[in-house]
Each structure stands twice: as C-alpha cells, then as structure tokens.
Design a protein around this ligand. Structure first.
Ligand code: URA
Length: 260
C-alpha cells in the first residue's frame, strides 16, 4: 500500500540509498522495479561435500538432532530441544543459545550464519554492527523485526545457535548436526519466503556456496522460495556491494507482491 512519507523518514531512506551507491539517475524516466518480472535462474554452482558420518556404535549427532527436532511441536519446544542438545561442542564455549528474534507470523524468515560476540551476550540474533545494518536495509523496504503486522515483519534466526570460538567458520559436521533443528524451525514458522544471508546459510539450505554467484537468484528449499543475499557483515567490509543488496531487497519486495 502507498503511504505519504514524512520528511525525516523520506530523508533517512534517501540517505540509505545514497549509502548504497544509488547516487545517479540511470534512465530519463523512473522505472517501478517492484513491478519488474523476477529474474530467470542462473546456472547452479557445484554442491559442497558432506562431512563424514559416524561408524559402528558411535552416537550419530545428526540422528539425535533429527529425532529431537521432529518431536518439537512448537517454537518453545524447539528452543528447549536445542537447549538440551549436548552433542555440539560449540554449546560449551557459548554463553547463550541464540534462538530467534522478530515476529513468528512474518511472511519472511531470514537465516544468518551464527551469533557473534554481541549476539552471544544478548541472546538475540543480529544485534551487533551487522545487525544494525540489517535493520537499516529492512527499514528501506518498509520492513523490520519489530513490526507487528505479518506483511511488514521478519523473523530472524541463524544456522548455528551458538557462537563459534573467535567467530570462526562453522565446520561441515556442526552445520549438519544443527540442520534438523533449522529445518524444523522453518516448518514451524512456515514463512512464505526465506532470505539466506551469506555462504553458510546457503550451504545449509541449498547445499551450495558461492554467494557472489548465488545472490539475487531465487532458488527453492523446503518447498519455499529462497533468496540468497550478501551477508550484512560482508557489506560492512565491501560497501560497494550494497548496490547488489539493494537490488536483492527490491527483488524480495517484488516476490512478496507477486505472492499477494
Ligand atoms: N551474523 C550472523 O550471521 N548472525 C548473527 O546473529 C550475527 C551476525
């Protein structure tokens, strides 16, 4: 729905667009990108190798997680099942289980990588610098985690609920053993679309990495449309990539319109 913006909101949106690099007119006449057709799929990059599975009578953490996740009937039960899962060493080094933030009734579910220091301290995803940028990005398309309306709100979680030491990349086995919880999380929240922030969430949900090629192209996971995007932490390091992030935000908005 169109709405008249007050001066300060309009000014903040304009500043954000300039920060994204949208500082020049590209065409003589304006084009409504919300109405533009969604781009065709690009070729898929190669899949990532699986972590080795246990043999003999070793406990299989993936199986244990799968059973625990399947038994969880709602978000509180899922959180409790994750808190009780003892087979991931990351848990021992972390202060908090970082489960989620935002509105569980949202149409959009955002999946990030893993908590950092700030998230570990607060117990909420995306509260550090990358999270602040994420909030600005969402505000630019009139969305946010604090909205009550499902049309404007988002629900945010991560592939890993525990902070990896020194923010190292998660290992394949860690992703695999926590994936059943993430999949159940998606099933329970039942969003209409999923946004994957960065390589780790692409690896978990699509079995592929290579965010530079994957970003901006809609794929499918768990029967839902999925949009890979650059991670906000990458955008902090590479501000020039904010142009692509802006295009992807518009694509997200267009997809929501298309779905009605
Ligand atoms: N980066 C992520 O991927 N998730 C967070 O929660 C914070 C930073």
């Amino acid at each position: 729905m169109e709405s008249a913006l007050d001066y300060h909101t309009a000014r903040a949106l304009l500043d954000w667009q300039m920060e994204l690099g949208a500082t020049e007119a590209m065409l003589d006449a304006p084009v409504d990108r919300y109405e533009a057709p969604v781009k065709a799929e690009k070729p898929k990059p190669a899949p990532v190798a699986e972590a080795p599975r246990p043999r003999g009578n070793e406990v299989d953490p993936v199986l244990v997680a799968t059973e625990a996740a399947r038994a969880a009937g709602d978000l509180e039960a899922l959180r409790a099942a994750m808190a009780a899962f003892e087979l991931c060493d990351l848990k021992r080094g972390a202060r908090s289980l970082v489960f989620s933030d935002g509105n569980p009734a949202a149409r959009v579910m955002i999946i990030g990588e893993a908590p950092g220091r700030d998230e570990d301290r607060e117990g909420k995803p995306f509260v550090g610098r990358a999270g602040q940028l994420l909030d600005k990005m969402l505000a630019a398309i009139d969305m946010g985690r604090a909205h009550d309306l499902s049309a404007q709100s988002v629900y945010i979680t991560n592939v890993l609920p525990w902070r990896p030491p020194q923010n190292r990349d998660p290992e394949a086995i860690e992703i695999q053993m926590l994936l059943p919880f993430l999949k159940r999380h998606v099933e329970i929240v039942a969003p209409e679309v999923i946004v994957l922030m960065g390589n780790i969430s692409c690896q978990a949900m699509l079995g592929r990495r290579g965010i530079t090629r994957l970003r901006g192209t809609w794929a499918e996971a768990l029967g839902k449309p999925v949009l890979p995007m650059f991670h906000p932490a990458y955008l902090l390091r590479q501000p020039s990539a904010k142009r692509e992030a802006w295009a992807d935000l518009l694509s997200l908005k267009a997809k929501l319109r298309e779905l009605g």
